[in-house]
Design a binder for this molecule. Structure first.
Ligand SMILES: [Zn+2]
Length: 353
């Protein structure tokens, strides 16, 4: 509580220093501003070197553009609607890399902590269900390792070979047998967290929340967290992917916050099943309780699968999020100031060009 108060005080001081609120800052402070060199920070200091070096007209940052949150299920030998083969998954990663997409974590996306290099587009990868093909153990020298043909192994190898691709994925698991090898649950969950992956809530028993009331939802979500924390004490499970993508409208508040017995849970965001890119977290229309995902599949996704959206962004480059490389600024096109989400990210400088 004390920490929160100190934080709020700091935010307040920061807001008073810029002389107007974050929503006014865009329209007043930055109106008519040109290249980045003209800007000073709130203490009157010159901008950081790397920021000054960005030529906005060449890089064309668009931090109100859209971001793809990809949804995968299993990785396996036989391609199907919900299964990607190891080679197809590698192809997806390579295509994203070549098309200037860069991996970030879902939490960084939600927090607006987007450090993607200037001129590149962030992309988030998620996996649902905790299938074996996502993380299978292969023994090497008597020690468990991720099988190089399962999602975790493929991602780690790809990111090693392409260090500027970034890393991370979120795994939405349910219990009691995430990743389907009883003897390795503990190893796998710890491995994921130790290697920068995130673990999310996919209910405790892969239950359709549309069939449950508030208490039922709290039980499913609280028990998931309780089970995960048995392996990872203190780990913050803070995002939820809805099984079957549904919940009854009157109970949506239980998705973000609730309690089951001694376990309290909080979710920053709720992820749906499909079928569009997500709004930028800075966009006024960003809705953390209905975050759309794109199905990373080539079967039965005509018009709305990963490759359709890559084509769409090729055709409409102005629709995609393009980073300025600085997580502390929100760089947007002139005239878009009113599209910024109010009351959030007040500590970031808004620059329009
Ligand atoms: Zn599922």
């Amino acid at each position: 509580m004390k920490k929160l108060f100190t934080y709020l005080t700091m935010v307040f001081i920061l807001l008073s220093l810029v002389s107007c609120g974050p929503q006014d800052k865009a329209s007043k402070q930055d109106e008519g501003a040109g290249p980045a060199e003209k800007y000073t920070d709130i203490k009157g200091n010159k901008p950081k070197k790397e920021q000054k070096d960005i030529d906005y007209s060449a890089v064309k940052p668009n931090e109100l553009g859209q971001v793809m949150i990809l949804m995968y299920h299993d990785i396996g030998d036989k391609e199907s609607e919900w299964v990607r083969t190891p080679d197809n998954f590698r192809k997806d990663l390579k295509t994203l890399y070549d098309k200037k997409f860069r991996l970030i974590s879902l939490n960084d996306f939600l927090d607006g902590n987007i450090k993607t290099a200037a001129g590149y587009t962030p992309v988030v990868i998620t996996f649902d269900d905790g299938d074996l093909g996502q993380f299978k153990v292969k023994m090497a020298g008597g020690k468990p390792q991720p099988d190089p043909d399962t999602a975790v192994g493929i991602l780690i190898d790809f990111c090693k070979e392409h260090p500027d691709f970034g890393s991370c994925a979120t795994f939405y698991i349910y219990h009691p047998l995430p990743f389907r090898e009883k003897e390795y649950i503990d190893y796998k969950l710890k491995f994921l967290v130790d290697n920068g992956f995130e673990i999310g809530n996919h209910t405790d028993t892969h239950s359709s929340l549309s069939k449950l009331d508030g208490n039922g939802i709290e039980k499913e979500l609280g028990l998931n967290v309780w089970h995960t924390q048995r392996y990872l004490p203190g780990y913050k499970v803070n995002t939820l992917a809805l099984p079957y993508g549904s919940v009854a409208n009157e109970y949506t508040k239980y998705l973000l916050d609730g309690r089951y017995e001694d376990t309290v849970y909080h979710n920053k965001a709720v992820l749906l099943v499909g079928a569009n890119p997500a709004k930028s977290p800075y966009d006024a229309e960003f809705d953390n309780i209905k975050l759309p995902r794109i199905r990373a599949s080539e079967m039965d996704v005509e018009g709305f699968g990963l490759y359709d959206w890559i084509k769409y962004f090729n055709k409409h480059p102005d629709k995609r999020y393009i980073s300025d490389g600085d997580p502390d600024t929100i760089v947007i096109r002139k005239g878009m100031e009113d599209n910024i989400r109010k009351g959030e990210f007040g500590n970031k400088k808004i620059i329009s060009y």
